[in-house]
Design a protein around this ligand. Sequence first.
Ligand code: F0G
Length: 457
Amino acid sequence: MELPFAESWKIKMVEPIRKSTREQREKWLKDAHYNVFQLKSEQVYIDCITDSGTGSMSDRQWAAMMMGDESYAGASSFFRLKDTITRLTGFEYVIPTHQGRAAENVLFSHLVKPGAIVPGNSHFDTTKGHIESRKATAVDCTIDEAKDTQLELPFKGNVDPKKLEKVLAESADKVPFIIVTITNNTAGGQPVSMQNLREVRAIADKYKKRLILDSARFAENAYFIKTREKGYENKTIKEIVKEIYSLADAMTMSAKKDGIVNMGGFIATRHEDWYEGAKCFCIPFEGYLTYGGMNGRDMDALAVGLDENTEFDNLETRIKQVEYLAKRFDEFGIPYQRPVGGHAIFVDATRILTQVPKEEFPAQTLTTELYLEAGIRGCEIGYILADRDPVTRENRFGGLDLLRLCIPRRVYTNNHMDVIAVAMKNVFDRRDQIKRGVKIVWEAELMRHFTVQLEKL
Ligand code: F0G
């Protein structure tokens, strides 16, 4: 008999979590204005709000922390991190930042001017925020198929080369760079193929533009290339990663995901001029160039995390757990963005809460229902997150309205996945009784989903 699949690690330290009653959750959620970001973590049983900064570090990473060099300038921790990044990506210039959005802030301060147009594939909200707040425009060139949650495509995060070419043909002079997000978080943690990256590179070359990879989940993307793209079956993850970055000019990185650290990020590039430009913004915004917002010990943990998470076994354990949850959802007929992505399941709220009008935010409503059901905290990636159009100030209902259930790396077992699946099924089974959603009573102008206050209708 073939042996079943099991994790490529064992557990050395645990953290207790607690259940609550429905009555308690009803009060807590009301106090949090129906916004799960405003719950206290003790009020949550299984936390799927994000896979960002919530992973478990390995014993190797904790050991590396003890070697942290906290020197203000020239810390050896920085050089260990830089050498790892250069070895993995080929990028020579590295600027640490305190997280991914800080990398965007520093690099975009140098590159994005008012009136600029930045094409990409479903820019993440902080990426879009850092473009729009500079009075520039983010143009989404993701393939149309990504919007059909039931369509099974191996690389549903891809850029549509025709859309990208159109932007460049019409306004190349306004485009400071192209940005491709791997994996495509907003479209459901969907990967981008190597073939697609090559096509984007060719268009970039044709118009003499540079390409940035928003790399928060680059290792998961490499896993999908290995397991889904012809010609990559026998390559190692590290070889695939090297090839990915050979096609790019720079990366912005939230190390809190595939770096498996709780805090951290960086910019890396092969171009001295971008490094020189970004440098001037790193110092006032983040800190001196050899720490830029990170502790020495955290840079050491990140160097080890990057190496560990570009190994197949670690990625396979992680992705197989997400696939396990997806299989349970399939058993119950719960619709989600197919095929399941790397870091999360994105439940298609508009296909479940069909009676809740879009103006009452179905995905946010589903998020609150799942929390009330079992204390499981997901997060809306939908109409609230989409923010208002900066010009018309209307809600943007053009995209998908999803409940994202992120799976932190190396944190929960498949028993937890079973609890999530059954809780979701219970909500799904009573979907016809959910007729009303939520109403916004207060919102911020930008990135409103973190602080929005809602009322139950
Ligand atoms: N790019 C992508 C694709 C992201 O998913 C994130 C963060 C960022 C950039 C910004 O990085 O948080 O380190 O500043 N995503 C988190 C999430 C918050 O929950 O998906 P950060």
